[in-house]
Design a protein around this ligand. Structure first.
Ligand SMILES: [Fe+2]
Length: 259
């Protein structure tokens, strides 16, 4: 993997050219987007990270218009240089990390139905767009994502290494909290697309720990219920600067597992 050129992913036969078919969205889709958007946006001024609140303005999301990826891509190009890559849903780990290592964030284009407003088995585009895309305007955040993915690619053949790195992804990109002006705020997309977990994650119910690379890498997670613990960063620079430590702990854990 390390001998391949960085942009190998774009010539991979598994990566199909897919586009968002905006004209295909139905009236129900627009209604679902609007309900989810309006229900969650009111919670965010007091709950979301400043980076997210600035980012959602920068990508220009509104309740009345399902996110249009062409427009998002134009705005991201002028911001951090990232872009959205439409994918059919869950894709192989090497493609997922290979795309992010090339500044492409994967997104689905389908929206949940009215009867699935609160529970989904697989992330839909409301999660991928509303919760993830605003953060792609933050430079240290995307630099972290790009380089974390590069690290994953180096170890892509090793299931244990990917599991351990997924824990970092999970407790930061999906379920991370940040301290801003002395207050807890959310930047994790898994929380930002859930009204229930937004309230819960900031309450006294779950445990809150300071960001700790070694601890996170030794912490398994679950996908089907609220987390019982969250990790708090002090800044997005802190994430980026923790990459050498992530690499060092990873190498240690991989060596230990191989014994
Ligand atoms: Fe996600």
């Amino acid at each position: 993997m390390t001998n391949k050129p960085k942009d190998w992913v774009f010539t991979d036969p598994r990566l199909r050219e897919m586009k968002q078919d905006y004209a295909a969205y139905t009236e129900e889709d627009f209604k679902v987007w609007k309900i989810l958007f309006e229900r969650q946006i009111v919670n965010l001024p007091k709950a979301a990270s400043i980076a997210y609140l600035e980012g959602i303005k920068e990508v220009n999301f509104t309740a009345d218009k399902i996110a249009d990826f062409e427009d998002v891509n134009r705005r991201l190009a002028a911001s951090t240089g990232w872009a959205i890559q439409v994918v059919p849903g869950l894709i192989d780990d090497d493609l997922f990390f290979g795309l992010m290592n090339n500044k492409r964030f994967c997104s689905s284009t389908w929206l949940r139905k009215m009867e699935q407003l609160d529970y989904l088995e697989e992330p839909d585009m409301f999660h991928d767009a509303f919760a993830h895309m605003p953060m792609l305007t933050n430079q240290p955040y995307v630099d972290f994502l790009e380089n974390l993915s590069g690290l994953a690619l180096k170890h892509i053949e090793n299931k244990w290494a990917i599991e351990v790195l997924s824990r970092i992804y999970w407790f930061t990109i999906e379920f991370g909290l940040i301290r801003e002006n002395g207050e807890l705020r959310i930047y994790g997309a898994g929380i930002l697309s859930s009204a229930g977990e937004t309230k819960y994650s900031l309450s006294d119910e779950p445990a809150h720990y300071e960001y700790n690379v070694r601890r996170i890498m030794n912490t398994p997670y679950w996908k089907d219920k609220f987390q019982d613990k969250y990790f708090i960063i002090e800044s997005y620079e802190q994430l980026y600067k923790s990459l050498p430590e992530i690499e060092a702990v990873l190498e240690e854990m991989v060596a230990e597992e191989a014994k």
